[in-house]
Design a protein around this ligand. Sequence first.
Ligand code: ZN
Length: 163
Amino acid sequence: MGLLLNLRQLKTDPVHLDGELSPQELEIESVDELIRVPLPLKYHLDAQLFDDSILVEGYLRVGLSCECVRCLKKFDQTLSLESWACHIPLEGEDRAAVVNDAVDLTPYVREDILLLFPQHPLCEPGCSGLPNGLPGGLSGTPAPGQTRESPSAWAELNKLKLD
Ligand SMILES: [Zn+2]
């Protein structure tokens, strides 16, 4: 089903679209195993027709449920595009597929939302990973006098190991 923009309607007036797209419709559920999309994406869009293209502008928002790549803690992140704009050609090689006088905007929304997905989800920028799950070699004897390994040192170490 998706997010359909009726071109016949658009020929007479700008079209306003409000609604939701489910994660299933967007096909963004299983793009990354550390990122879940529990709720639909919300959109408020305005579309205008030009000679050989459509301009769609508006607002997109979707909440993600992520798992930290270092410490596996779950956290939520909201992606919002306050002034999304998409130019969709109706002529030429990249022209949109028109089915029953309608263009499905779903692939365009999907593409731009996916670009915002975190590549390496982190619960916080300096997450130092699991307390007991540090990569090998340095564990073993946490003696009381061992003060050299401050939290920031651990963070630095993890950066080196994981990046
Ligand atoms: Zn973390």
